[in-house]
Design a binder for this molecule. Structure first.
Ligand code: GTP
Length: 383
């Protein structure tokens, strides 16, 4: 039986602290979040390498350059890495594949740079490695700088040491066309990588936020989210001048269900209740798990009389829709406290009044709806 919880509401700062704690870990460069992004980016890099390989192969074919076959071989060699660099692969497989992929790309760049000469600008494609090295989570800063230095040295070496014309018979004009293509490809690669990075990062952030604000058992909003929704609904109600009612729902004698049928059956009962609550509410209403066997419902545009009717309908549904537990139908009942926000009343006080009404319902024998008085309840000591 719930005690009158006017005195035991969680202060809103609790949530702020929890968010701050979660965020603290994200300053590290090696988090599961960073690793997932890196793996997804590597898969995109493989697709980009294949696309660039195909473009070059077609260009070489068009120019009558026999290296189009070698280009196609490099491109085909990249294909297996799309699967090998997936997020599901073990770390060892991922690292070995990453090494193999980088070697193939480096070898391809060096081969084409030597073949077509410095003016064709193939060595500039090495620049696309730098963002990947920078966003990798697993390798430390020293290793990152080392890898970037190695690629920078390779880039400078190719730019300074290889012959201007290379071994190709293409005219200087066609070589300048190749250079323009390579610079264009490099610009598109870098822009594509940045866009993809932000798309992945925002998608993952959204998933994390959803995860952090959903009750894992029932799939409803968790206490944190319904608390935030309550504040939002209260401010909307005040701004637009419509009534807002709060319903606190508490299953009766839930402990007995756990004790008699086990915790798993108790969980099934809670999921059953969550379904009933979702079905009973309109699309503008919100429901969340307030804790244990207690749920908070927000009813905008609903005055006290209408809210009482909704609560009564829910109470009867719970009574008339017994869940099947352990091979038999289990009759449940619930007590609901209802309160409508008063003009200029902080919503926390409305909640406290609904809580007190719920307490009165429990005290009066359960399985009933109690509408709150329009005055703040006295602070009643906990039992
Ligand atoms: N199965 C299950 N049980 C839970 C969960 N959360 C809380 N409980 C249990 O819910 C029970 C709540 O017990 P009480 O607060 O005494 O409430 P009650 O038995 O419903 O009694 P009244 O509310 O007074 O009718 C406790 O036994 C908790 O362990 C959960 O997620 N799953």
């Amino acid at each position: 039986m719930p005690s009158p919880r006017v005195t035991r509401r969680c202060p809103p700062q609790d949530n702020a602290n929890a968010v701050a704690d979660e965020a603290a870990g994200e300053h590290e460069s090696d988090t599961p979040f960073v690793r997932t992004i890196f793996r997804m980016m590597m898969q995109r890099a493989v697709l980009m390498a294949i696309a660039v390989g195909l473009i070059h192969s077609l260009v070489f074919l068009g120019l009558g350059e026999p290296v189009w076959q070698a280009t196609l071989i490099f491109t085909l060699a990249c294909l297996p890495f799309h699967s090998l660099l997936s997020a599901q692969r073990p770390f060892g497989v991922f690292c070995a594949s990453l090494f193999g992929f980088v070697c193939i790309i480096d070898a391809a760049v060096v081969y084409f740079a030597l073949h077509f000469g410095r003016e064709a600008g193939f060595h500039f494609l090495l620049i696309s490695f730098f963002p990947f090295i920078a966003i990798s989570g697993r390798i430390g800063y020293t290793m990152k700088w080392l890898l970037m230095l190695l690629h920078a040295l390779l880039l400078v070496y190719l730019d300074k040491q290889i012959s201007v014309q290379g071994m190709t018979t293409l005219s200087p004009y066609l070589i300048s066309v190749l250079r323009a293509i390579n610079l264009g490809v490099l610009a598109c690669l870098l822009a594509g990588l940045v866009m993809h990075y932000f798309r992945i990062a925002t998608g993952l952030q959204y998933e994390l936020e959803q995860h952090a604000s959903t009750d894992a058992l029932t799939g409803l909003a968790n206490r944190r989210r319904i608390q935030a929704a309550t504040l939002e609904a209260a401010s909307d109600s005040r701004r637009h001048g419509y009534p807002l009612s709060l319903l606190l729902f508490d299953l009766d004698h839930f402990k007995r269900i756990n004790d008699s049928y086990g915790h798993a059956s108790g969980d099934a009962v809670l999921r059953h209740i969550a379904q009933i609550l979702q079905v009973e509410l309109r699309s503008a209403d919100r429901v969340g798990r307030w804790g244990g066997e207690e749920f908070l419902l927000l009813l905008p545009h609903t005055d006290l009389d209408s809210a009482r009717l909704v609560a009564e309908r829910i109470r009867q549904r719970v009574l008339n829709l017994p869940p099947l537990v352990g091979g038999k139908f289990l009759t449940l009942s619930a007590t609901l406290g209802v309160a409508t926000m008063l003009p200029a009343e902080p919503v926390e006080e409305t909640l406290a009044r609904a809580d007190f009404a719920l307490y009165e319902g429990k005290y009066a024998g359960r399985n009933r709806v109690v509408a709150a008085e329009a005055t703040a309840p006295e602070q009643v000591p906990r039992h």
